[in-house]
Design a protein around this ligand. Structure first.
Ligand code: CMC
Length: 436
């Protein structure tokens, strides 16, 4: 492990500032600049927060160079192999894997909150059938705060636990109803006898007229997908949840904002963008050559979706698990998907191409996940909702950690103003037209 000095020195004009260094469990270092503005009048500029740590956190550890991801110290590979999603939720929220009794209590808590208030159900009917399910989910999650006014105070620990159970229990119902509404099918009631993932599959695919049996292969694959998405430290949506929560906003409001942040194609929206890209490449029949050229020519808006990551500069460990899982699931379901061949071929081309090699661009979690969702029967516009379903416990754990952290202050970055200096007000009749 690299040894870090206990402080850094910053020379600014004739001042020398001693800035303390905070070192984490895995020897990653952060220079504490909290005295900077007070002492020098200057701020730091760091677009995209590439070099900025916003908090200390004990939840998730990533080593982007070595491709390591651990929740509360436990490697993701082991959790995927040996745990259920609800166990992982408990681990993220409370710091330890649950005992049998703790897990039973936690599971019961979740099971007894799966139904939506009948009035919440009426919300869905007013959204257009073509509404994107991410917008529907964010709106309904935000609306939950109108039904649970006691949840408004983020400092109320009892209400925090109740809201935690409520939203983990209800998001599968909300997500499935956004889909059912879009295809005009009746909403199914949750089935509390099922495990978390089986209940979601029932909500999505059962109808009142036919028997629906949950395929255990599919339920297990889904549980694994949810575990792999469950937390990823201070990514865009998690930072959004923390930022909104830092103002004292309630949990539902903060989570609703997180869903919106996740929606973008550079973040959670990449999983549907990947499958759309693979489909276009498949239809073009050229093995992706034209698309790859457009990526490397930096054609506006064209990137190899599902590749690259702010933190991982090697293979995303979630992507390697998902690649293997895609093959396993397709084999067990006796299905094939030509898009898997396209994806593997693209990956091979990219990993040998200097454009990607020089920039350390490797497959990320979104490169293969969509192919499993497709095999499960989830429509493409629901892929990012699946990501939200998985990320939910991480958002809540981070929100709770922030609320408990005495160092938390309202998130309020500064800026360097580059607009006009002070100038005179021009009366309406004397103004000239704005030039583009
Ligand atoms: N295809 C082509 N070029 C890329 C890609 C890509 N997918 N990703 C990064 N680059 C290039 C980029 O053009 C830049 O090149 P240069 O230095 O010559 O200007 C360099 O690599 C660094 O990229 P960046 O955009 O500065 O990196 P970032 O850390 O700001 O962005 C990212 C990370 C994930 C937004 C980006 O890699 C990307 O747009 N990937 C495609 C979208 C995607 O798959 N997103 C899912 C991320 S993983 C799940 C999640 O967290 O939601």
């Amino acid at each position: 492990m690299p040894a870090h000095p206990d402080h850094a020195e910053l020379h600014y004009g004739d001042k020398v500032l001693k800035l303390p260094v905070t070192v984490g469990t895995e020897a990653e270092a952060g220079i504490d600049i909290s005295s900077l503005r007070k002492e020098t009048g200057a701020i730091t500029l760091d677009p995209g927060y590439v070099n900025t740590g916003s908090c200390e956190s004990a939840i998730t550890y990533i080593d982007g160079e070595k491709g390591i991801l651990r929740y509360r110290g436990i490697p993701i590979e082991e959790l995927c192999e040996r745990s259920t999603f609800l166990e992982v939720c408990y681990l993220l929220l409370y710091g330890e894997l649950p005992t049998k009794d703790e897990l039973d209590d936690f599971t019961n808590d979740i099971r007894t909150h799966t139904m939506l208030h009948e009035d919440v159900k009426r919300f869905f009917s007013v959204f257009p059938k073509k509404a994107h399910p991410m917008a529907v989910c964010a709106a309904v999650i935000g609306a939950l705060s109108t039904f649970y006014p006691k949840s408004m105070d983020p400092r109320d620990h009892k209400q925090r636990d109740i809201s935690t159970a409520r939203i983990i229990a209800k998001l599968p119902t909300i997500a499935a109803y956004s889909f059912k509404h879009s295809i005009g099918q009746p909403f199914m009631y949750p089935q509390n006898k099922f495990d978390y993932s089986s209940n979601f599959l029932h909500l999505m695919f059962a109808t009142p007229t036919e028997d629906y049996e949950v395929d255990p292969v599919i339920a297990k694959a889904l549980d694994k997908l949810l575990i792999l998405h469950a937390d990823h430290e201070q990514n865009c949506s998690t930072s959004t949840v923390r930022m909104v929560g830092s103002s004292g906003a309630n949990m539902f409001a903060s989570l609703s904002a997180g869903v919106m942040a996740l929606w973008g194609p550079l973040h959670g929206g990449a999983n549907s963008a990947v499958v759309e890209m693979l489909q276009r490449i498949h239809e073009s029949g050229d093995g992706g050559r034209a698309y790859m050229q457009a990526v490397k020519d930096r054609k506006e808006g064209i990137r190899l979706m599902g590749f690259g990551h702010r933190v991982y500069k090697s293979y995303d460990p979630r992507a390697s698990i998902l690649k293997t899982t895609t093959y396993e699931v397709l084999e067990k379901l006796k299905k094939s998907n030509p898009l898997l061949d396209v994806a593997v071929e693209l990956e091979e081309i990219a990993l040998k191409d200097s454009y990607f090699v020089e920039r350390n661009l490797y497959p990320n979690v979104d490169f293969y996940s969509g192919l499993i969702y497709q095999a499960i029967g989830i429509p493409v516009n629901m892929f990012t909702v699946m990501f939200a379903l998985g990320r939910l416990p991480g958002w809540i754990a981070q929100w709770r950690e922030m609320q408990n952290d005495p160092a938390t202050r309202i998130s309020r970055p500064r800026q360097i103003y580059t607009g006009s200096a002070k100038r005179a007000y021009v009366p309406l009749e004397k103004r000239s037209p704005r030039r583009e």
